[in-house]
Write a protein that binds this ligand. Structure first.
Ligand code: ATR
Length: 292
């Protein structure tokens, strides 16, 4: 493929804003989806300084850029530049997708939709289940709102710093009646149930690649499914321990792909069928395994 046959006067422009942005997988992901769908789109990375999101968005709107993904550190700051915000994004307090409307950009959070798809594609119901969330950073916000919104029976937020876990439980309490508890890792094996576990900490990647946030995984004995949001390494220690315990285990790559597909669906007002979504996922997994 070259520019002559891929970009012309009718090309619709999308992008991602973040800082840093050069390692983002989203340009590859979104341009692959557009190619698979046969759409005349291009998706490019934009490095935007903290504190400059407002002017960047204003300019982007004037330029007619149709949609954005938003990544670290702008997912909260960007909310001030929106014309409207989707309900789930508002509850999470973070936006990762902007869609151009006649009056400004509307903000969504597709991280939560991507996480939801990790369960849906494996026929795992959240409704009625005990959901355990490890960590209380940005990703835990999406996990906790997903669990409450999809009708979990109860939610445990487990964290090293208990005050941060309490902050997350307070967000749930603001919007939902779901019983939600903040606990330390020392209480994990006392939980009476942990049907679904979502690992949202950074432990298991980078310098802590040989580590897991959980030392003793006996609490996983009756767990149905585990999602670890990390995908580098492909299998964290926690994912390996979950598999040993007999759980269905999913790394963060599915969530990454599905959040991208969900953004694409919002921008184009379409639903991508499961076969196409799986083709996209397979192509990108192959690419990632070869280059990641
Ligand atoms: P995010 O990118 O999701 O916002 P973050 O703010 O870096 O990530 O949050 C990381 C999460 O990983 C936090 O819950 C953090 O626990 P604290 O609130 O106690 O800081 C957790 N985390 C980081 N290092 C950890 C470690 N060594 N053991 C346990 N939890 C850890």
């Amino acid at each position: 493929m070259n520019c002559i046959d891929s970009v012309n006067g009718r090309t619709r422009i999308f992008g991602i804003i973040g800082n840093p942005i050069e390692h983002s997988f989203s340009p590859i992901l979104q341009n692959t989806i557009a190619k698979e769908m046969g759409h005349n789109h291009i998706y490019v990375p934009f490095c935007v300084e903290k504190g400059k999101v407002g002017v960047a968005i204003e300019g982007a709107y004037r330029l007619g850029i149709e949609g954005f993904n938003v990544t670290v550190p702008h997912k909260m700051e960007v909310i001030n530049s929106l014309y409207e915000i989707d309900t789930l994004a508002e509850q999470i307090g973070a936006v990762n997708t902007l869609k151009k409307t006649d009056k400004g950009y509307k903000g969504y959070n597709t991280d939560i939709l991507g996480l939801d798809m990790c369960f849906k594609t494996r026929n795992i119901q959240i409704e009625g289940k005990t959901v355990v969330i490890l960590g209380s950073g940005g990703a835990a916000h999406s996990a906790v709102i997903l669990a409450a919104n999809r009708g979990a029976n109860e939610i445990y937020v487990v964290n090293r710093t208990i005050e941060n876990a309490v902050k997350i439980t307070n967000i749930v309490k603001k919007y939902y009646d779901t019983p939600v508890f903040a606990v330390g890792y020392d209480k994990l094996n006392d939980l009476h149930k942990a049907d679904i576990v979502i690992q949202t900490t950074s432990v298991g990647m980078g310098e802590s690649a040989d580590n897991s946030p959980v030392k003793d995984c006996s609490f996983l004995n009756n767990t149905e499914a585990v999602v670890d949001i990390i995908y580098t390494p492909w299998e964290t220690k926690f994912i390996k321990d979950s598999k040993k315990a007999g759980c269905i285990a999913c790394n963060g790559f599915d969530m990454l792909i599905f959040q991208g597909i969900a953004s694409y669906e919002i921008w184009n007002d379409i639903k991508i069928d499961n076969t196409t979504a799986n083709n996209i996922k397979e192509r990108l997994t192959e690419y990632y395994m070869g280059n990641g």
